[in-house]
Design a protein around this ligand. Structure first.
Ligand SMILES: [Mg+2]
Length: 359
């Protein structure tokens, strides 16, 4: 299981529709795929996406970080898995998206060598999940149309991107809710776009209009833990931390202060599978449930997140792994199957990826 070759490949896949949040607009999914081969002939796949607005990592910085990390792990034996993972994390400061890509490929190989699917190696058994879908931030009519379309495609949970002018956001949600079946669940993501006072006014307005909101995600700036506490003290609508929690220590700090109700785990924020599992375990200690989400990433890394969801299905109760279904095509064959709202883990070894499709 000695690491022999490592290759990096940048792929671009067009999106079905532009993806818009309070932080950015994206028209195609650009992902960086890592292919690691061992002397014994195993091939592991990793992936990350440059989400500069959230992680501060660009395509160039990720490729540079991968160069450094890969230089350090080349020739290492994966029989010494934990030590090699230590090398990955000590090779360079931060650069969590790059580290995540490496971790995913190494876990893929490690599970393949044991002839088991990754989720089973991690102690999971569940293979079928439902994901919600994100509705991009647009003018109200477009958002209503997109929401109806998502509902008609079988999505029971919609995550509405907000964080624009909060008064317009109130109007957006009122109109969207009117257009949907009563049972469609609404999660709202303000992507740090409001002040704490605006958020409280927004949430009060939702209660006044009797619009059931499952949760509000990251309403205020990532470092504003006091702001989250302020909101939590004034509204019964649960708060989900996203940008506020990158690392396991971020999770400890925010949960210790009792500032949020849920934590959104993303591999690209936390540095990969090992820290994602650790964050879920920390949340379990505090009795806090998690969402597992993704950036605009491809089927390899989002698939790896689905394996993590299976491994910690008692704590990770919400999946927001919609990126592969927002794309027109996929750059890989095999692996986790993403079909509408349904996610199905394959019983192939590791991540079960067959290979990369020609681009
Ligand atoms: Mg978010």
């Amino acid at each position: 299981m000695d690491i022999k070759d490592i290759a990096v490949k940048v792929t671009k896949v067009p999106l079905k529709k532009p993806f818009k949040t309070a932080l950015r607009s994206v028209y195609e999914l650009e992902s960086i795929i890592l292919i690691i081969k061992t002397k014994s002939g195993l091939v592991g796949y990793g992936e990350t996406a440059p989400t500069f607005a959230v992680t501060g990592e660009s395509k160039e910085s990720i490729i540079k970080a991968l160069d450094t990390i890969c230089e350090n792990i080349k020739g290492e034996s994966l029989y010494d898995f934990n030590r090699v993972m230590g090398v990955v994390h000590s090779s360079i400061e931060k650069n969590f998206s790059a580290k995540s890509a490496v971790e995913i490929a190494l876990y893929d190989i490690f599970a393949q060598n044991l002839k088991t699917p990754l989720y089973r190696l991690l102690g999971g058994s569940r293979r079928d999940f439902k994901t919600g879908i994100t509705i991009s931030l647009n003018d109200i009519d477009t958002m209503i149309q997109d929401s109806i379309e998502a509902q008609n495609r079988g999505f029971e949970s919609l995550k509405i991107k907000l964080g624009d002018d909060y008064r317009e956001d109130i109007q957006r949600v009122i109109e969207i809710k009117k257009a949907l079946h009563v049972e469609t669940s609404l999660k709202l993501d303000a992507n740090q776009g409001w002040s704490k006072e605006e958020c409280v006014e927004f949430l009060n307005s939702m209660e006044k209009h009797q619009i059931p909101i499952e949760l509000i995600e990251q309403p205020v700036k990532k470092g504003d833990i006091e702001g989250l506490k302020y909101i939590k003290a004034r509204s019964s609508i649960p708060i989900l931390a996203d940008e506020s929690v990158f690392s396991p220590m971020d999770a400890v700090k925010i949960l210790e202060k009792g500032a949020v109700d849920f934590v959104n785990i993303k591999l690209d924020k936390c540095g990969g599978i090992s820290n994602a599992l650790l964050i879920a375990d920390i949340c379990k200690l505090y009795g806090t449930k998690c969402m597992i989400g993704c950036m605009l990433e491809g089927a390899i890394s989002v698939g790896a997140a689905a394996h993590v969801a299976s491994a910690r299905s008692d704590t990770i109760t919400m999946l927001d792994l919609d990126a592969p279904i927002l794309c027109k095509t996929s750059s890989v064959s095999g692996g986790v199957k993403f079909s509408g709202a349904n996610i199905e883990l394959s019983d192939g070894y590791g991540l079960g990826i067959g290979g990369l499709k020609p681009t």
